[in-house]
Unconditional design. Structure first.
Length: 115
């Protein structure tokens, strides 16, 4: 799976089958300055983006874009929220997705960080 390696992301990839009109996402709570690193490859194009919810409002700091693979993407949190990387199948056939997802948290005093 050469398309999603590198960048120190040495953990096992996750796989998901995404049916037409459906999405798959990975979410984690980040504080300002923390980040998410992710990489993926798929058998077809997917709409990929990063979002968070603030009440009923959805904010997309990374707009959706049609992609079939990305070697290494990094998103840095601009506020304290639960951020999600989303892969959405806007096509008419199922798409298989393999990805790596790695939150990078700030080092803090034990017991201070809330997940």
């Amino acid at each position: 799976m050469a398309g999603i390696g590198g960048g120190g992301m040495a953990f096992k990839p996750t796989e998901a089958a995404i049916e037409p009109g459906k999405s798959h996402e990975e979410c984690t709570r980040l504080q300002t300055g923390e980040s998410i690193r992710y990489a993926f490859e798929a058998t077809g194009a997917l709409m990929v983006g990063v979002y968070y919810k603030d009440g009923e409002t959805i904010t997309r700091p990374v707009d959706e874009a049609s992609m079939q693979q990305a070697h290494l993407q990094q998103f840095m949190a601009e506020g304290d929220h639960q951020y999600c990387v989303s892969w959405r199948n806007a096509g008419s056939v199922p798409v298989n997705l393999k990805y790596r997802f790695a939150p990078e948290y700030k080092l803090q005093t034990p017991g201070k960080r809330m997940m």
